[in-house]
Design a protein around this ligand. Structure first.
Ligand code: BJ8
Length: 429
């Protein structure tokens, strides 16, 4: 199982062929097992089926990369993404594997700062840091990177990345009117054409319908897990649910769906038997805001080791990633492209204006998941989410739900955050 499994097989030749800096990479892999053990393996009474997700994490730079290499050897492509607006279905239908590249740990900050300003969101700085330090076998496996015009930081980051690798930037509208929708539909078609060009494979109706089904099945499994998180006392921790969401971006989607449904079967049984994780009912917290890319577990860990449970993540490493399904009924390419465009434009990221549906969705989640308090996760210097916090706070205040605003980066400020989280929990206990 976990613990040294990152090194269990000799992947060094593969990493070398991907031009990974082995020394820097060893350093990165060295810090992950103790951190993982501390955050995840220390939990008592974890569901047995979490062992699959532990294993996937332990092999995240090993076996999964091996699978990507094998896929490429057979003529497939690997496509890297940085945002939940990048349609996975198109990548799959063009014989591609999609991999999430957002990074959640400080790597090579000095190197990144030669290109980027210091007061930029840590997710962008660290994503560039992983590339510059040559420690990410995912990005080095990619035939194409897909960017999108979400926040300014990402837009300009893609220009820099474009000097190093092939990047296709989708133009994402900032409003959701008729003209915006038309523009986005044409962007979906432009990405499809670019993927066909890179892969040399035409996207056809049967392949795209199958890809939509695979992506929807994954979303349905994630939604099933979310439903189970309504249990009070909880049957699974927020930390484990976060790990599953993070792994969803990089694991094989079919296998992931099977394994997640098996975990949900186990959770169904545990619920029926009255087995809970972490003992009696505790304050139920929702984390809302910026995504937490692997291996960013800081906030969830602080909240849960302070005596609460994270019952929901209103973020892209959470329900924003899987809330909406693509309509599976169209039987022609144009109809399927439109269905994909419609589904992705429903995502309620703070880069949109106005973004009233996010507020409505937050209030809906607070109700449905019986949330006692919200912890707002703002990554430092993220304009969209730091600014939108004002409206979220106001709406929650009106609903009588306390919100703690936490602005943080990838540094170690757990102690300070814990003091504030504990004060919040005292209010709702
Ligand atoms: S759909 S949340 S994945 S853009 S945290 S890089 S917004 S400055 S990650 Fe995001 Fe897509 Fe929206 Fe989701 Fe910019 Fe903010 Fe950094 Fe962000």
């Amino acid at each position: 199982m976990y613990g040294g499994a990152l090194m269990a097989e000799d992947y060094r030749k593969m990493w070398e062929e991907l031009r990974i800096d082995l020394e820097a990479h060893d350093g990165l892999l060295g810090v992950l097992p103790p951190l993982f053990s501390d955050v995840f393996l220390s939990q008592e009474g974890r569901p047995a089926r979490m062992s699959y997700f532990d294993y996937v994490f332990s092999e995240v730079h090993g076996l999964r990369i091996q699978e990507l290499v094998t896929h490429k050897d057979k003529g497939g492509i690997v496509v890297g993404t940085y945002c939940t607006y990048a349609p996975d279905e198109l990548i799959m239908a063009a014989n591609g594997i999609s991999v999430g590249l957002c990074a959640g740990a400080d790597v090579a900050p000095e190197a990144a700062m030669e290109f980027l300003p210091a007061n930029l969101c840590p997710l962008i700085k660290s994503s560039l840091g992983f590339k510059l330090a040559k420690v990410c076998p995912y990005i080095e496996s990619c035939d194409l990177l897909v960017g999108e015009t979400t926040c300014d930081g990402k837009k300009k980051f893609y220009e820099i990345l474009g000097e190093m690798q092939e990047v296709h930037v989708m133009e994402l509208p900032q409003k959701k009117g008729d003209t915006d929708r038309e523009m986005w539909k044409s962007e979906v078609r432009a990405l499809a054409a670019r993927l066909e060009e890179v892969s040399g494979q035409k996207i056809d109706v049967a392949g795209l319908k199958q890809a939509i089904k695979v992506a929807n099945d994954k979303r349905r499994a994630l939604l099933r897990l979310s439903e189970l998180r309504k249990s009070d006392p909880p049957v699974i921790s927020g930390r484990d649910a976060l790990l599953i969401s993070q792994i969803a971006f990089n694991d094989d989607p079919r296998r992931f769906t099977v394994k997640l449904n098996e975990l949900c079967d186990e959770l169904d049984k545990r619920r029926a038997q009255g087995k809970t994780i972490g003992g009696p009912a505790r304050p139920r917290v929702m984390v809302s805001g910026c995504p937490m890319a692997l291996p960013n577990w800081k906030l969830a860990n602080v909240i849960e080791t302070s005596g609460a449970v994270v019952a929901m993540e209103e973020m892209c490493t959470g329900i924003r990633y899987f809330r909406n399904l693509v309509d599976e009924t169209p039987n022609d390419l144009e109809g399927l492209y439109d269905a994909i465009a419609d589904r992705y434009l429903k995502i309620d990221c703070a880069v949109f204006t106005p973004n009233t549906e996010r507020i409505e969705n937050i209030l809906g989640l607070v109700r449905d998941y019986d949330i006692d308090a919200v912890v707002y996760h703002a990554l430092t210097a993220c304009d969209p989410y730091t600014i939108e916090a004002y409206k979220v706070q106001k709406a929650l205040e009106d609903a009588g739900v306390p919100m703690l605003y936490v602005e943080t980066d990838y540094g170690d400020d757990s102690g300070q955050i814990a003091t504030r989280v504990q004060a919040l929990l005292e209010m709702v206990d």
